[in-house]
Ligand binder design. Structure first.
Ligand code: SF4
Length: 222
């Protein structure tokens, strides 16, 4: 099947990463049931010269776990990619498949957990086990000065991966946290179907996050 090759391949987990037994078992079940799906750790997607890092939670079953590209093919991807395009972080046409013409400009999407967890809920141990890959991917983006965390779990993993301290960095939509080396983390509610359908996250609220990221980008360019 077509899938997006990683722009930071050296920091990705192996295709058959064995480190989380529960997730490996789920992966094997889905490989039997849906042999044409990606069903493997999902690579980062975006621009290796990224100025903005976007930290998601984990692949969605019918999105990234099926297509092999973060947020591609599921409900959450529509709002995310529309918003990235609106603020100059994406070009091309998003068609919910990894061989469409969508490209990220100055941005990279990375998941905190690379494999699909049952019910979209990784355990604390799985989040911890996968963090070295997140840290490696962040380290592979030396130009990234701003990160957006999508949801509380991504926030917690991002704070740790960026060298911050959780007691000082409380999650909140549009909250901004300065990391010890000066990088900035902006929080957002996750753009999941649930959050959008319940009104917890509106389009305007989500756009405000990337408007702020774009503002920081434009300030740094002056
Ligand atoms: S979640 Fe991360 S550490 Fe766990 S099996 Fe997948 S790639 Fe490996």
């Amino acid at each position: 099947m077509n899938f997006a090759p990683s722009p930071i391949a050296d920091s990705e987990p192996p295709h058959d990463c064995p480190l989380c037994p529960r997730l490996v078992g789920f992966r094997e079940e889905l490989r039997q049931e849906f042999p044409t799906w990606w069903n493997a750790p999902v690579n980062a997607f975006g621009d290796p010269a990224a100025w903005l890092g976007i930290i998601g939670l984990a692949p969605g079953k019918h999105g990234a776990n099926r297509t092999g590209r973060p947020f591609t093919g599921d409900f959450a991807g529509v709002l995310l990619f529309e918003t990235l395009a609106k603020y100059g972080f994406a070009t091309g046409v998003y068609e919910a498949k990894p061989d469409d013409t969508l490209q990220l400009q100055g941005a990279m999407i990375i998941n905190a957990v690379k494999c699909l967890p049952p019910q979209n809920k990784p355990t604390p141990e799985e989040i911890r086990t996968c963090r070295p890959f997140l840290e490696g991917q962040i380290a592979a983006l030396p130009r990234a000065r701003v990160f957006v965390a999508l949801g509380q779990i991504a926030h917690q993993s991002a704070v740790k991966a960026l060298g911050g301290r959780l007691p000082k960095c409380k999650f909140g939509h549009l909250a901004e946290h300065r990391m010890p080396d000066g990088r900035i983390l902006i929080d957002s509610y996750h753009c999941s179907r649930y959050n959008q359908n319940t009104g917890r996250l509106t389009t305007e609220m989500f756009e405000a996050v990337f408007a702020r990221a774009a503002e920081l980008r434009d300030e740094s360019a002056r």
